[in-house]
Design a protein around this ligand. Structure first.
Ligand code: OMP
Length: 286
């Protein structure tokens, strides 16, 4: 049996070859309508195929948002399976954005669904929520290691409501004041990725919308998925200010900012290329 190279190594190579941009496949009902498609399974399939055709051969990562597929039940999930397979076949890494999180024994089943090498929805990485406690993600970490896959763990999310959980300060552990929950998640990830080269497989989600993050230790030796560029108001030029010395590990995600240019594949490609170029210029480490 061939064992797949770890996700972190595959991602590093893809980022170096293609640039770090991640394009989200988020088939909102409103976008289907804007594209002249019906809000049904056929519309969903055309939308997703078009995005894959337009950009899967040029961006490092595609991130389908599972909710927009689950909306259509089993037929929507069948479209999601094909989308993942076609995107991977075209050379993109796929991050399944399903934000799963549960008690450990149930988490093992979620991990099997998305990260077991024989799973119909096998993806290169999965977004997960650590808010049942980081340790509840252990089975997903183990499954990812076994499959050469990765995780993106919600640490500091892009939405304004996230702070009430993620900025909460834990009681001190006897060695000084406690740190906030987001920082604790980052510390767990740094431990997970320790010693991995060229990059660990266990990434954090850190919103590009959050402004100066210099009070956080973002050096987790893993990728930082940064949603919020485009429709949520962040720009590629903001990235160095937000991520500082960790900018080289940032995978900025743009969904609606690219998708609103469809349904023409050329226009989608051009929009993705523009973001890719702006990101590359902004993150160029001198
Ligand atoms: O995990 C994510 O991808 C995610 C985390 C986060 O903190 N904020 C966030 O917007 N996302 C996702 O990133 C995408 C952002 O989409 P746009 O705002 O259209 O670019 C959506 O699929 C969100 O679900």
């Amino acid at each position: 049996m061939t064992v797949m190279e770890p996700f972190g190594a595959r991602l590093r190579r893809a980022m170096d070859a293609r640039g770090p941009l991640c394009v989200g496949i988020d088939p909102h009902a409103s976008l289907l309508t804007e594209w002249g498609l019906n809000d049904d399974v056929a519309g969903l399939e055309r939308f997703s195929r078009t995005v894959v055709e337009a950009v899967a051969d040029r961006v490092a990562v595609l991130k389908p948002q599972s909710a927009f597929f689950e909306r259509f039940g089993s037929r929507g999930l069948a479209v999601l399976e094909r989308t993942v397979q076609e995107a991977r076949a075209a050379g993109a890494l796929v991050v399944m954005d399903a934000k799963r999180g549960d008690i450990g024994s149930t988490m093992a089943a979620y991990a099997e669904a998305f990260l077991h090498k024989d799973a119909p929805l096998f993806s290169d990485a999965l977004t997960v929520s650590p808010y049942l406690g980081y340790g509840s993600l252990r089975p997903a970490v183990e499954q990812a290691r076994e499959s050469g896959a990765g995780l993106f763990v919600l640490a500091l999310t892009s939405n304004p409501e996230g702070g009430e959980v993620q900025h909460a300060v834990r009681a001190g552990d006897g060695e000084g004041p406690g740190r906030n929950v987001g920082a604790t998640i980052l510390a767990h990830l740094a431990a997970e990725n320790a010693g991995e080269e060229p990059l660990g497989s266990f990434g954090a989600v850190v919103g590009a919308t959050l402004g100066d993050l210099s009070s956080y230790d973002l050096a987790i030796n893993g990728p930082l998925l940064a949603p919020g560029v485009g429709a949520q108001g962040a720009t590629p030029a903001d990235l160095p200010r937000v991520f500082g010395a960790a900018s080289g590990e940032v995978v900025p995600n743009v969904s609606r900012g690219v998708l609103r240019h469809g349904p023409d594949t050329g226009a989608l490609r051009a929009a993705s290329d523009r973001f890719a170029e702006e990101v590359r210029a902004a993150l160029a480490v001198s």
